[in-house]
Design a binder for this molecule. Structure first.
Ligand code: ZN
Ligand code: ZN
Length: 235
């Protein structure tokens, strides 16, 4: 793995087991045990695909605005607790480590992407946490010159979405995002980057906003995907 070959002196302890590691904040053992989402994956949300067809049970009866989402890890166990720690306890170094996984996923897709937008959070939320986790996840992509963190602003501070059903999430998000310079987006292929894919509602709303500004194609990448829930058939 390329990311493990690099030396990262600022973060010498593994974020999972706390062992000293000369790599990027994940030791080899923990890296090997990460719950990477494996093929086949859903053509729409990028989650693990169970059963027949090319889309998962959650995406089947739904229209998504974005073209396709890629997801890297299953949002469970240690991955889940680390993402919670990074968001609730302001552990920025965890996001800096995960940024290497984001970089690995984006680089092969890069030539087809014009603009990379980290999902914005409201400024009140930035004050609480000290940083926007999606921006930190894009840290290693800054050198591509394609990251634009100012083009999309979150103008509505929605309540925490945890525990809300899909319909409530979607109505909460209407008008939540604003574009600062619409002409920049015209005819562009845009990648939106977020930390967790739960229902896809946030990505949907941003994609809708970007298409209104005449974006050509909107794709997405999330660090982690909540496991596709087979018991909870949507619609
Ligand atoms: Zn470890
Ligand atoms: Zn799906």
């Amino acid at each position: 793995m390329r990311i493990l070959d690099l030396f990262f002196p600022r973060q010498a302890k593994c974020i999972f087991c706390n062992k000293e590691t000369s790599t990027l904040g994940i030791c080899n053992d923990c890296y090997e045990h990460l719950p990477f989402i494996k093929d086949p994956t859903c053509d729409i949300c990028g989650g693990t695909l169970v059963g027949k067809g090319s889309v998962c049970i959650e995406c089947k009866n739904r229209t998504m605005t974005f073209d396709k989402c890629y997801c890297i890890l299953e949002y469970r166990d240690e991955v889940r607790s680390k993402i919670i720690a990074l968001k609730q306890n302001g552990k920025k170094h965890i996001a800096e480590t995960f940024a290497y996984l984001i970089e690995d996923k984006v680089m092969p897709l890069l030539e087809n992407i014009d603009i990379i937008i980290p999902v914005p959070i409201h400024e009140e939320r930035v004050k609480e946490r000290g940083f926007n986790q999606s921006e930190v996840l894009c840290n290693n992509l800054q050198s591509t010159g394609k990251v634009n963190k100012d083009i999309c602003r979150r103008v509505k501070n929605t309540p925490h979405q945890t525990g809300l059903g899909r319909d409530n999430r979607e109505s909460n998000l209407v008008g939540a995002f604003e574009i600062t310079d619409k002409k920049v987006l015209k005819d562009k292929t845009i990648l939106i980057v977020d930390d967790i894919y739960t229902t896809g509602s946030t990505l949907n709303e941003i994609a809708k906003t970007l298409y209104k500004c005449k974006a050509k194609k909107v794709i997405a990448l999330c660090l982690a995907r909540t496991p596709v829930n087979l018991n909870k058939v949507v619609d």
